[in-house]
Design a protein around this ligand. Structure first.
Ligand code: FE2
Length: 142
């Protein structure tokens, strides 16, 4: 497919009714990774669904942890928006687990949080090196 190909657009493009429902999160050990994220965020790991181990989020999105053993796990970025009152417990659980957190996505400011967009945020790696972000304010996008 050429990069200059045009796609036919709907007559009136709209995001209404279109929601992310689930996505697979690749892991070398789905139990380890799902339980790690659930522990950090204060969530529960759901019952296995075939090869997937689900962690349900508060907005109806399911992260399906899926073991990928045929090639190295490619690091992805996942950002979680949490209410203000859940932020300090997240940081406390990271500290209790001995997980280094950072103020920035490049992980150059260890042990610090950021205050982007008038909120608070941290970055940390999951067991396979996925770059996780927890923040209390969504990005102010143009
Ligand atoms: Fe992000």
């Amino acid at each position: 497919m050429s990069t200059d190909q045009q796609y036919p657009l709907a007559s009136e493009p709209s995001a209404a009714g279109v929601q992310l429902n689930h996505t697979a999160v690749y892991a070398s050990d789905r139990h380890l990774s799902a339980e790690f994220l659930a522990a950090v965020l204060g969530l529960r790991v759901g019952a296995p669904f075939g090869p997937f181990l689900p962690v349900d989020l508060g907005n109806g999105v399911t992260l399906d942890f899926y073991e990928k053993s045929d090639e190295p796990i490619q690091s992805q970025h996942y950002a979680f928006l949490v209410p203000e009152e859940r932020f300090d417990p997240v940081v406390a659980r990271l500290e209790a687990l001995g997980v280094t957190y950072y103020a920035d996505p490049a992980h150059t400011e260890p042990g610090r949080i950021n205050r982007l967009f008038g909120g608070r945020g941290v970055y940390f790696d999951d067991p396979d090196g996925h770059n996780m972000e927890v923040m209390t304010r969504p990005y102010a996008r143009p």
